[in-house]
Design a protein around this ligand. Structure first.
Ligand code: 5GP
Length: 191
């Protein structure tokens, strides 16, 4: 039986990274998809662990070759999920985790209706602003762009299967674990 394709997305600053890291620690069998991006690495990021950092030319070549399961432009940079490793992991029965933006999540749902889309909600937009600002790695202009994008992203929530409020990381991870258990018990999916 193929594994679960779990997509965690939601606005930047909703805490996707923190939640996904804790989820991976709690569920070490999950196969985490490493995205390709044309964004330059942030301080502390490691190529091949956090992202595959590629040039715009390389990314466009990969698009042309159909190498992405989904891709999107986010804040002026390309981001995409390499298709082959995800499909291989699912075929091996592994559960796969994608941490991507809403544009990408909707593309995945179109291609794989069985994908489980989880929308991670920040407690409020002001809390979201505080989180992005605290991170301290973005300029004021970039922060404003991210907040505007967050409001637009909220509009997509009804295309999702689940919404999880991230006011407490432990609780948010417990909810996602519960979603995974429930999905495996769904009639027609075996398990
Ligand atoms: P960041 O630059 O902060 O790492 O990521 C910016 C946004 O791009 C986040 O919302 C992140 O979830 C999203 N993102 C990361 N990888 C991918 C991907 O492969 N595809 C899509 N569509 N979005 C991604």
């Amino acid at each position: 039986m193929p594994g679960l394709l779990l997509v965690v997305s939601g606005p930047s600053g909703a805490g996707k990274g923190t939640v996904c890291n804790l989820l991976r620690a709690r569920e070490p069998q999950i196969w985490y998809s490493i995205s390709a991006t044309t964004r330059p690495p942030r301080r502390g990021e490691v190529a091949g662990r956090d992202y595959l950092f590629v040039s715009a030319e390389e990314f466009e070549d990969l698009i042309a070759r159909g190498a992405f399961l989904e891709w999107a432009r986010v804040y002026g940079h390309y981001y995409g999920t390499p298709r082959a490793p995800v499909e291989a992991a699912l075929q091996e029965g592994k559960d796969v985790l994608l941490e991507i933006d809403t544009q990408g999540a909707l593309q995945v749902k179109n291609k794989y209706p069985a994908a489980i889309l989880v929308f991670l909600l920040p407690p409020s937009l002001s809390e979201l602003q505080a989180r992005i600002t605290r991170r301290g790695t973005d300029t004021e202009e970039a922060i404003r762009a991210r907040l505007e994008a967050a409001s637009a992203e909220l509009a997509h929530i009804y295309a999702y299967d689940y919404a999880v409020m991230n006011d407490d990381v432990e609780e948010a991870v417990r909810k996602i674990q519960a979603i995974m258990v429930a999905e495996k018990c769904r009639v027609g999916k075996g398990g």
